[in-house]
Write a protein of this length. Sequence first.
Length: 283
Amino acid sequence: MKRALVLAGGGVAGIAWELGVLHGIQETDPKLADQLLAADLLLGTSAGATVAAQIAGGTSLAELYAAQLNEASAEIEVDLDLADLMARFIAATTAATSLTDLRQRVGTLALATETVEESVRRTAIAARLPVATWADRALLIPAIDAETGEMTVFTRDSGVGLVDAVAASCAVPGVWPPVTINGRRYYDGGIPSATNTDLATGQDRILILSPSLPGTPAPWGSLDEEINQLKPAQVQVVHADADSAAAFGPNPLSPTTRGPAARAGRVVGSANAERISRFWNAA
């Protein structure tokens, strides 16, 4: 039985929330937390790429969680109007004729947006990772080539540094600079899917942590459709609840969301531990 832990995108708030969920599970059922951390496959997209890299590196959940409660961090504050950003995405992609074309159009937007320097953003990403080298295990980090619209899935065998891979997957188009790797420019792997669950094909049991309310409409695609395509794999999703959504606020990229989102995630993790255990360990 092969098992995968899938960590979705969701900004700085999503990172804190997912770590909170895992910490809450650990406090309630330490054995289950160990099992989740030892999953055969870790798949992290955007914010989830940060969490996947953090837990793959072996840093304790308690330490990772505590860091989210620390008001001091290297995160960069950004004034984000999420509704405006989504409107820009939709306007840029309305005439897209294929998934690759859609991603390419978003890439054009990303490349044209004035942002902080790449080096400044990379420093912030590096500060998130207590261990900056790839672990010797299956860890997938997707990002999109801004010029071609093609997805690249970075692994320990890609010849790319872990910090650069995570930075690329976390490079929200229209907000952060695309990341230069081997002469190519890459942006957030969460376009159009915040989870990229298709990359978990071949796993028998898949747990998804998604920092979004159940039924939240997405501009493209559908998580339910993605899950349906994974059959006969068994899939379970842990969504955010109303308190979590309130903690995320209108700007999930703001560092000020870290503490509230982590605490809300901790409650969700504890509340769902028994359900997750039954799923993860079912015969």
